[in-house]
Write a protein that binds this ligand. Sequence first.
Ligand code: DX5
Ligand code: ZN
Length: 226
Amino acid sequence: MQKLGYFPVEIVPAILAEDEESFFSLTKTAAEFAHRLQFDFMDGVFVPSKSVQVSTLKNLAKKFDLSKIELEAHLMVLNPEKYADELVESGVRTVIFHVEAVESPKKTSLFFKSKGLDVGIALNPETPNEAVEKIINVFDFIMFMTVKPGFYGSPLEIDAIRKMKDFALNHPDVLIAVDGGVKMDNLELFIDAGARRICVGSAIMKAENPKLAYNQFLEKVNEKVR
Ligand code: DX5
Ligand code: ZN
């Protein structure tokens, strides 16, 4: 992985599916090339859309060997704590929950950490950085949503990139992930704004050839850090 500053730049394919069949087939595809993989879960309450259940991950782990891939779960749900055990049992190492979805983000983070998970805190586009700035040290990283959460292919929210850039300038020691609207032709914008763990949904997983698209993203990263 190529480095810029403290952290390497990583491309993280995102799996978002409404039914088991597409969940399995997208994962099978991504497992051929991904080093880190994000599973998106939506409950139809925190966001309007619904995905497969978190429990589906257990069947997935039985079907495919994902042991060499760093698995993360992005929970776009209320009460994310209730999924902790299922995630751990399915081999997930990292959980990302939303600051807007819980009463005490600090308590929720410490709870997930007590289960052995790494924790990322996600911010919706309209949520100000102040929502997490004072408690940032209880998380392993921050993830800026640059689309409204819940769907593949939503329009990019440019203001969220500005917010991320401000945060990066104030917190150069914090790992920044970004999720939503990343394409080949705007990748540089996200890297320049400080993102190092870059989640890509439709631009990889809905491409005609996902493996080729992933490799093209990596090439672009290499050009950038060379
Ligand atoms: C959005 C999800 C993302 C999604 C990104 O709500 O959290 O992970 O997969 O999809 P694109 O890259 O198509 O915006
Ligand atoms: Zn996501």
